[in-house]
Design a protein around this ligand. Structure first.
Ligand code: AMP
Length: 568
């Protein structure tokens, strides 16, 4: 029997049209330092239409459907703000591809990803022009137009004196354009919508290209109650930068569901984030663990109101259970784990405990990486390729496939897609590089990333387990554990910790505290106390940088006997 349902495409244009009409009174609220600038979804829709006209008629952006084939890529080098949302939805809705550039990437990596994605236009927030201008000066073979967003563009424009292409002011560009646009609602849903590059701690970043269909399905999954629970009664504070994994799917999901969005723009200090929560009254917020940890310090110190927050999502790296417990106990915020990666469109699992569990079972689900949704297929695989049972014990590499899981990487302009064997199995599964186990009820617990796990003698040490135990110490703000070479054991752990101001806890006390919580051979001999643990461009612990600093003797390392009570 044939289904009687039509093959009607799932497109971002549909999400944008729906949000700007049905949910036209919902809004993106952008913090400007002393209050919010509010833009309704109806206004976002109109401005996105003006933008689309300007991109097509004034900048020659191609949409893949017109007489000249091919889709143009429009890069953004921006903070989280309403204009960025306009581009995030408007560029794909017109049929072009949006590429949110990481504002903290090195100049060399930026040049690489702009060229590799083939960005023809780059839209830059005025106060970031200075950062990207030297990179753009050498990219005239790729980038034809730079559009400066925000006022005053004056200073920004001076920095672009060496850019040989055209420079425009965003507001001037879209002014006077028609406020409606024939959005590409019937585009082939497999058309590229956006591209995102992995953080790339080793080697060049790799590009994942999302389709309209994958973004739409992912948005449905993200908005669902088991995940971020976004509805027309919710307001989402997207703390994670929009350039990180397609904004965690939140702009699309919020528009689809009619949830409001709160954004902090360039105001990213813990104090600013706390004020945004207090005054923007979001019901939901999403950030990496280090940001939640810094925010906790601020909330504890100043007692900002968090009563609007019902659910917080923590992802991008493992969150210590102690941090989840602190939010629950001290601020009544339910922090849940979200696990995913650029390759999986961002979100896969969320750690909402199912019903019918004891308090203890519930907590074990809360602190896991979370439960798999129906949209993803998953399996845990042993090093010899055997698929392991989901018994909550057998650990191996997590592999995934599904409509929101990439099956290859972008090969560069005009080049075929690439499928490196270290990332994809011959039978088409994504190798996540994460090591973990899955319980019979589908909850994932990660023990480590394959490249972080410490091989000490014949034993494996989970850096996450040691970090989580250290995070339970009340004086510890951040704790990162990395493998360093050791003559006797091959590798041993080094702990890099930052401590609460004025706590003055001796390293021996941390060692003794840890020795009571983990197996004896997991306790590091090498300790370094730092003001702040080095972080990647998206705020995760930068383990490669810590290892490099150690190798170059740049760290102040204390050597301790690993037995409790032992000396230096
Ligand atoms: P990225 O594509 O930059 O977001 O990196 C994805 C990687 O971040 C995953 O493969 C995991 O190693 C890690 N990750 C993301 N979310 C979590 C989480 N909730 N718990 C542990 N690790 C995570």
């Amino acid at each position: 029997m044939h289904s009687t349902m039509p093959d009607d495409p799932l497109t971002i244009a549909r999400i944008l049209r729906h949000a700007s009409s049905v949910h036209g009174s919902a809004a993106v609220s952008t913090w400007h330092g002393a209050g919010f600038h509010r833009r309704s979804y109806a206004e976002v829709g109109e401005r996105a239409a003006r933008l689309a006209h300007a991109l097509r008629t004034r900048l020659g952006v191609r949409t893949g459907t017109g007489p000249r084939s091919g889709q143009s890529v429009v890069g953004t080098f921006m903070w989280n703000n309403a204009r960025h949302v306009e581009l995030f939805l408007g560029v794909p809705a017109m049929g072009a591809v949006v590429h949110a550039l990481n504002v903290r990437m090195s100049a060399a990596q930026l040049a690489y990803v702009i060229r590799h994605a083939g960005d023809e236009v780059v839209v830059v927030d005025a106060d970031l022009v200075e950062v990207i201008a030297p990179v753009l000066a050498g990219l005239s073979d790729t980038v034809r137009h730079v559009v400066v967003a925000g006022s005053p563009p004056g200073d920004g424009l001076d920095h672009l004196a060496d850019f040989p292409g055209e420079v425009h002011d965003y507001e001037e560009l879209i002014a006077g354009q028609p406020a409606d646009y024939p959005w590409e609602e019937d585009l082939d849903e497999h058309t590229a919508a956006s591209i995102c590059y992995t953080s790339g701690t080793t080697g060049n970043p790799k590009g994942v290209v999302y389709s309209h269909r994958s973004v739409y399905l992912h948005a449905l999954h993200v908005a669902a109650p088991n995940a971020y629970d976004l509805s027309a009664r919710a307001t989402a504070f997207l703390i994670a930068p929009m350039f990180h994994v397609n904004g965690w799917g939140i702009p699309h999901a919020a528009f689809l569901a009619g949830a409001g969005i709160v954004l902090a723009d360039r105001h990213r200090t813990p104090a600013a984030l706390a004020r945004v929560i207090e005054e923007g009254r979001p019901t939901f917020a999403a950030a990496v663990p280090t940001v939640w940890a810094a925010l906790l310090e601020e909330l504890d110190a100043r007692g900002h109101g968090t009563s609007s927050l019902r659910r917080g999502m923590v992802g991008g790296a493992p969150c210590p259970p102690a941090l989840m417990a602190a939010y629950q106990d001290r601020h009544s915020v339910e922090l849940l784990h979200a696990w995913g990666m650029s390759e999986t469109s961002s979100l896969v699992t969320t750690s909402l405990p199912r019903q019918g569990l004891t308090a203890e079972e519930e907590w074990s689900r809360r602190v896991s990486q979370g439960q798999f949704p129906a949209v993803s297929r998953f399996r845990v695989v042993a090093p010899d390729g055997a698929v392991l049972p989901n018994d909550g014990v057998s650990a191996g590499e997590l592999q995934l496939r599904g409509p929101c899981v990439t099956a290859s990487y972008h090969g560069g302009p005009g080049s075929p897609r690439v499928r490196p064997a270290e990332s994809f199995t011959p039978d088409g599964w994504l190798r996540t590089g994460d090591i973990g186990k899955v319980s019979p009820d589908g909850y994932l617990t990660l023990t480590d990333r394959a490249k972080d796990v410490i091989k000490s003698g014949g034993e494996f040490i989970s850096t996450t387990e040691v970090e989580n135990a250290l995070a339970e110490h009340p004086a510890v703000v951040e704790a990162a554990v990395v493998a360093v070479p050791d003559e006797r054991w091959g590798e041993r752990p080094l702990a890099a910790v930052s401590l609460r101001a004025g706590s003055g806890v001796p390293t021996e006390e941390l060692r003794d505290f840890l020795a009571r919580r983990v197996r004896s051979w997991m306790v590091p001999e090498r300790w370094t106390v730092v003001d702040s643990v080095p972080k990647t461009a998206v705020g995760k612990y930068d383990k490669r940088r810590i290892q490099d600093q150690y190798a170059r003797n740049l760290l102040d390392v204390v050597l301790l006997d690993r037995r409790p009570g032992g000396g230096r």
